[in-house]
Design a protein around this ligand. Structure first.
Ligand code: E4P
Length: 218
């Protein structure tokens, strides 16, 4: 399973990348705003800064919601760097735009996916990535991981190439469950990735090894 980090914070992206386990980055307009990145020029530069840190796919989301607007914006985003993936919302014009970019060989990430039906449409349009939002489904008392498993079954039935990018991952258990049900990619915050490191027996064991070494090497 590929690990993407879901942030526009350059320090966090560097930290995850320095661990040697980072395969890409996802952003969205809310994450850009959280970092205080506003205005078209600054936003475009920020995407390039991210691409210069990570050797992997970087999702950049369009703001337009009409077909012509999404094409114009997506082409501009794709021209910034070869690793840019144009992130497009799951709406009718979005599906049409995904088909356009697929036919042009430009990678896409279909975002704001909450159902298996939406997943089928995005795959039919040739989306590179599909982003079902696990955490936001959990937020409304619906099991987000179950949706990942359902889409996995459907995509395997028909050998769709679209990669399932489990999004809105919030914590370590989401990551483990995504791996169990066969998500191709997960994107989550740095805290969820670093949380995988933790086990008290590791800490206790390491302390004991170091103490025993110190005793024998005074
Ligand atoms: C996915 O690409 C989204 O940007 C993101 O994962 C949403 O996460 P949230 O539901 O924690 O905001």
């Amino acid at each position: 399973m590929k690990f993407f980090i879901d942030t526009a914070n350059l320090d966090e992206i560097r930290e995850a990348n320095d661990m040697g386990i980072l395969d890409g980055v996802t952003t969205n307009p809310s994450l850009m705003a959280k970092e205080g990145i506003t205005g078209a020029d600054r936003i475009l530069k920020h995407y390039v800064d991210i691409c210069n840190i990570v050797d992997g796919d970087v999702s950049a989301e369009v703001i337009a919601t009409d077909y012509a607007g999404m094409i114009k914006e997506g082409e501009n985003l794709a021209s910034l760097h070869p690793n840019i993936v144009v992130k497009i919302p799951m709406i009718k014009d979005g599906i049409k735009a995904i088909r356009y970019f697929t036919d042009k060989g430009i990678k896409t990430n279909c975002t704001l996916v909450f159902s298996a039906g939406q997943a089928i449409l995005a795959a039919k349009a040739g989306a590179t990535y599909l982003s079902p939002f696990v955490g936001r489904l959990d937020d409304v008392s619906t099991n987000g991981i179950d949706l990942i498993a359902q889409i996995r079954l459907i995509y395997d039935n028909y050998m769709f190439d679209t990669q399932i990018l489990a999004a809105s991952v919030r914590h370590t258990m989401h990551i483990i469950q995504c791996a169990e049900v066969g998500a191709d990619v997960m994107t989550g915050p740095l805290s969820s990735i670093k949380g995988l490191l933790n086990h008290p027996l590791t800490d206790i064991g390491l302390q004991k090894f170091l103490a025993d070494y110190a005793k024998g090497n005074k």
